[in-house]
Design a binder for this molecule. Structure first.
Ligand SMILES: Nc1ncnc2c1ncn2[C@@H]1O[C@H](COP(=O)(O)OP(=O)(O)OP(=O)(O)O)[C@@H](O)[C@H]1O
Ligand SMILES: [Mg+2]
Length: 285
C-alpha cells in the first residue's frame, strides 16, 4: 500500500521496511500492520489533539509525572508550548506504560519503541496468525468467561502493583490472543497514588469487564475484585502473588451502600452505552 506520511520517517530511518495494510482507525489513533525485516508488527499513529477531546484528558493528566518545571508550568497554562508538551506526554505515556507493564509480566503487546510519534509494537494475533479479535466481538461460554475474568483481574492487580490504573479498560481494549486476553490502549493510564480519581477509575475498569463477561457467567456479578484490591493496595498489602477472593465487606460506618450500588449500576450502564456507540460507529465504517 501507499505509505501514510506519518510512517515515511520510520521507513527512512530503517525502523520498519514496509507498511502492509491499515488495521484499524479508531477515534484516537490509526493502527497499521507493518513489516520490520522478517517480523510482522503493528504501528500506532496518534491522531492530532484537535481531532480528540482535549478536556476529557484533564482528569487523566492529574497525577502524571512530568519532567522539568517549565514543562509542568506549560502544561498547567495550556499555552501553545504547553499543548505541544501535553500532546507529547500523552503519546509517550503509552510506550512508557507498555515497557513498565511488560517488565512486570502483565499481558500487554511487546513494545519495540517510539519513533517520530509512532508506537511500534507486537501485533497480537489469533491462533491462525490473523490480527486478534477484541473481547467485545467474541462470544464466550461460561467457563471461558470465568477464565478470562480471572486472567483480566490478575492483570489489573499486577498493574496496580506497578502503581498504575488503565483508566479505559473495556471489552474493546482487550484482544483475544491464542493463549488468553491481552490488554491494549494505554495513553490515558493513571498513577494510582497521585490521582484522586484513581479508585473510581479502577472500579470502573473492573466493572466494565465484569459487566461484559457476566453476561456469559452471571455469578461474576457477585464479585467485588476492584474494591478488594483497592483496599489492599491502600493498606500496602497488595503484591503480585496476592490471592484475591472477590469478596469484600465494605466498612458500613463509612460507606453509603446505596451510593456504591448506584455507582456500579451507572458504570454498567455506561459500559453498555459505550458498547452500543462503538457498534454503531463500526456499522458506519
Ligand atoms: N498490538 C496490537 N495487536 C493487534 N491489534 C491491535 C494492536 N493494537 C491495536 N490493535 C487494534 O487497533 C484498534 C485500535 O487500537 P487502540 O485501542 O490502541 O487505539 P484507539 O484509537 O484508542 O482505539 P479506540 O478509540 O477504538 O479505543 C484495537 O481495537 C485493535 O483492534
Ligand atoms: Mg482502544
Amino acid at each position: 500500500m501507499k505509505t501514510p506520511p506519518q510512517l515515511q520517517a520510520l521507513i527512512d530511518d530503517g525502523v520498519i521496511d514496509e507498511v502492509l495494510r491499515p488495521l484499524k482507525s479508531g477515534k484516537e489513533a490509526a493502527v497499521y500492520v507493518v513489516r520490520s525485516g522478517d517480523e510482522i508488527r503493528c504501528a500506532k499513529v496518534y491522531k492530532d489533539m484537535a481531532q480528540r477531546s482535549f478536556q476529557q484528558r484533564v482528569q487523566y493528566q492529574e497525577g502524571r509525572k512530568v519532567r522539568g518545571s517549565r514543562e509542568a508550568r506549560a502544561i498547567g497554562k495550556a499555552s501553545k508550548y504547553g499543548r505541544r508538551q501535553q500532546e507529547a506526554a500523552w503519546k509517550n505515556t503509552e510506550v512508557d506504560a507498555l515497557y513498565q507493564l511488560r517488565g512486570a509480566g502483565v499481558r500487554v503487546p511487546e513494545p519495540f519503541g517510539y519513533f517520530h510519534g509512532v508506537l511500534v509494537m507486537e501485533l497480537v494475533t489469533d491462533a491462525e496468525g490473523y490480527s486478534a479479535a477484541r473481547l467485545g466481538e467474541v462470544e464466550l461460554d461460561a467457563a471461558q468467561a470465568r477464565r478470562f475474568h480471572a486472567v483480566l483481574v490478575q492483570q489489573v492487580k499486577l498493574m496496580l502493583c506497578c502503581g498504575l490504573v488503565h483508566g479505559d479498560l473495556s471489552p474493546y481494549n482487550v484482544l483475544v490472543g491464542p493463549d488468553g486476553p491481552v490488554v491494549i490502549d494505554f495513553p490515558q493510564v493513571v498513577s494510582a497514588g497521585g490521582n484522586n480519581a484513581a479508585r473510581a477509575m479502577l472500579l470502573r475498569d473492573v466493572n466494565n469487564l465484569t459487566a461484559w463477561l457476566g453476561r456469559s457467567a452471571p455469578e461474576l456479578f457477585e464479585t467485588w475484585y476492584g474494591e478488594e484490591m483497592w483496599e489492599r493496595f491502600q493498606a500496602g498489602d497488595l503484591q503480585p502473588d496476592s490471592v484475591l477472593s472477590g469478596k469484600f465487606t465494605p466498612d458500613l460506618r463509612a460507606v453509603d451502600l446505596d451510593g456504591v450500588r448506584e455507582a456500579i449500576n451507572d458504570a454498567r450502564e455506561e459500559a453498555l452505552i459505550r458498547q452500543q456507540g462503538r457498534e454503531a460507529a463500526e456499522e458506519d465504517d
